[in-house]
Design a protein around this ligand. Structure first.
Ligand SMILES: [Fe+2]
Length: 347
């Protein structure tokens, strides 16, 4: 496995680059905007293809690199479903898996530092965001933080992981790089409490100043979504209501770009085809199934995903590949559902 712990000294943020092999797919956790060039250089040097960029929570101390990485690499942006960010490509919840070639992150919902804090478990290690830090815990005094929820996340989820599990947090200000669950159980001063009330008391009296970047970072991090209006202005979008009306027609083909797990969980649009987004470039190029099907039948190609983010990127790629009838459903399946569109179980 390729595992790189990268550091932003300005915000004290750790970013993690993961891949199962050289030449394979890669995933990045908690990227910082100012460091995007460095990450991309490393991705090139290690001959990787960045396919997913994940944030553990909406950060208050730095601007996320999610949007810039998506714009540069067309990777899928991922956050927990409780995020307040406007749109991310994929939203995950407890029990979901974030998968890339050869690697799997299991999602744990660990609120407390913020109400959109998630931890990600990768075999022998866990990325704890700002929920559990090395000999510390993330503050709980803003962004819907809640010390009671954090106590529960730490004591009833993270500390229940095997003792030898490696702990990789999103921040450290003292130069510590890694810990274990056993070490934190024994030596973390914040966890030396006898009850949840004692923890709440401790966390409520920290009297920390707000992070320097907070007023800039929080609003910026809430707007990482693509500008789907631009795609609409080019005439490459249909509203969910239009899509519902079009979906029964024989001169239209709908293509679902989501992953298998997302389809199984939410269902899909009746009679739609499945072409997962990471594979799309191959499918829409000359010789690809979607390309040849569209050209041979003359059908109008309507792409969709969860929120319209992946399909907005895909529609540009389809147009570039000469599929001039290609459009997407603005707002994705989420908008389709809200508009009362029917769903069927995905096979
Ligand atoms: Fe944070």
């Amino acid at each position: 496995m390729i595992f790189r712990q990268l550091y932003d000294s300005v915000s004290g943020t750790y970013t993690y680059l993961l891949a199962s092999r050289h030449g394979g797919e890669a995933l990045i956790v908690d990227p910082v905007l100012e460091k995007v060039e460095r990450y991309l250089q490393l991705v090139r040097e290690l001959d990787l293809k960045l396919v997913k960029a994940v944030d553990t929570h909406l950060h208050a101390d730095h601007i996320t690199g999610l949007g810039a990485l998506r714009d540069r690499t067309h990777c899928i942006t991922v956050m927990g479903e409780r995020t307040h960010a406007d749109i991310v490509s994929m939203r995950v919840t407890e029990g979901d898996r974030i998968e890339i070639e050869g690697l799997r992150l299991d999602v744990l919902y660990t609120p407390g530092h913020t109400d959109d804090s998630y931890s990600f478990l990768l075999a022998d290690r866990v990325f704890t965001g700002d929920t559990l830090l090395i000999r510390g815990t993330g503050r709980t005094d803003f962004q819907n933080g809640d010390p009671r929820a954090q106590y529960d996340s730490i004591f009833n989820k993270l500390l229940k992981l095997p003792d030898e599990t490696l702990v990789y947090p999103a921040h450290d200000y003292k130069g510590e790089t890694v810990s274990t669950i056993a070490e934190e159980k024994c030596f973390n001063p914040r966890l030396k409490v006898r009850s949840v009330d004692e923890y709440v008391d401790l966390m409520s009296n920290l009297k920390l100043p707000n992070p320097k970047m907070m007023d800039v970072a929080v609003p910026a991090n809430m707007h990482v979504g693509l500008h789907q209006e631009e795609i609409a202005r080019k005439g490459w979008a249909v509203t969910a209501a239009d899509a519902i009306a079009l979906s029964g027609r024989s001169d239209v083909v709908l293509v679902d770009l989501r992953e298998k797990g997302e389809r199984e969980k939410r269902g899909t649009i009746p009679r739609s085809l499945h072409a997962p987004y990471p594979d799309l470039q191959r499918q829409i190029g000359a010789g690809g199934i979607v390309h040849e099907l569209t050209v041979a039948t003359g059908k109008r190609l309507i792409l969709f995903c969860a929120f319209g983010e992946r399909s907005a990127m895909a529609v540009q790629a389809a147009q570039d590949a000469g599929l001039t009838s290609a459009c997407h459903i603005e707002g994705g399946l989420s908008a389709w559902e809200k508009a009362g569109g029917p769903l069927v179980a995905a096979r």
